[in-house]
Design a binder for this molecule. Structure first.
Ligand code: PEP
Length: 249
């Protein structure tokens, strides 16, 4: 089954209004030649309206880095799915490893955030992945499996048709150490086969992104794997040329 690839650029805590203008200008130009791939950038919250305006009527998509599990209420500092949708965010990251480790986000909370995104009509990109200790202990599948199970349990199997999963080994994020194409493919296959057991059609449509030190130099061999449907890119999404090189891969 052909799945449209997605390359998602997570700016994390980087950026400025000037950078938004430069990046969106360069990406709008560069993406004109790329038709086979969906591309979206994920700037910090304050830049969402600006990027939304700058990217209007272009192929460049927009996403947010986090979402509240709540639709509204006394939750100081949080941003709801409806607010994201109002600024034309098509995607939101749920459970990025930095949220899990620095903000104590549990599998349960990540699942609630994914549900909040779906309720607002925003596609959640659910991030899963093991630490180096967990990989070395042979626990990769059990860790990733339970992160995925928590989402299936909360959302139900049919909702997997409306989410994207990003496999991001924690040891590869921002470290310059990329999983080999075989290592990444093995975990992607494991995730897809889990969903296949529930619904083969949905599993065939599910987009599973790889994230962890992807660069233009290593993207092509990762994206050539049969179960890798694009990438979630951190550091390399901050430079237009490098990011476009990944999108072209
Ligand atoms: C990320 O932020 O999700 C990520 C994969 O970062 P990097 O590409 O810098 O490893």
């Amino acid at each position: 089954m052909a799945r449209t690839r997605l390359v998602a650029g997570n700016w994390k805590l980087h950026g400025s209004a000037e950078m938004c203008r430069e990046m969106v200008g360069a990406l709008r130009m560069g993406l004109k030649d790329l038709e086979q791939v969906d591309v979206a950038i994920f700037p910090p919250y304050p830049y969402l309206p600006l990027v939304s305006n700058l990217a209007a009527e272009s192929a460049l998509g927009l996403g947010a880095q986090d979402i509240s599990a709540h639709a509204s209420g006394a939750y100081t500092g949080e941003v709801s799915g409806e607010m994201l949708r109002e600024f034309r965010c098509g995607y939101v990251l749920c459970g990025h490893s930095e949220r899990r480790s620095y903000h104590g986000e549990t599998d349960q909370l990540v699942a609630e955030k994914a549900q909040a995104a779906l309720d607002a009509g925003v596609t959640p990109i659910i991030c899963v992945g093991e630490t180096l200790d967990q990989r070395e202990a042979g626990d990769t599948e059990s860790v990733v499996g339970s992160q995925v199970d928590a989402v299936i349990e909360k959302l139900g199997p049919n909702a997997m048709d409306h989410v994207i999963i990003a496999y991001e080994p924690v040891w590869a994020i921002g470290t310059g150490k990329t999983a080999t194409p075989d290592q990444a493919q093995a975990v992607h296959r494991f995730i897809r086969s889990k969903i296949e057991k529930l619904d083969a059609t949905i599993a065939g449509r599910l987009r599973i992104l790889y994230g962890g030190s992807v660069k233009s130099a290593n993207a092509a061999e990762l994206f050539a794997q049969p179960d890798i449907d694009g990438g979630l890119i951190g550091g390399a999404s901050l430079k237009a040329e490098e990011f476009l090189g990944i999108c072209g891969a």
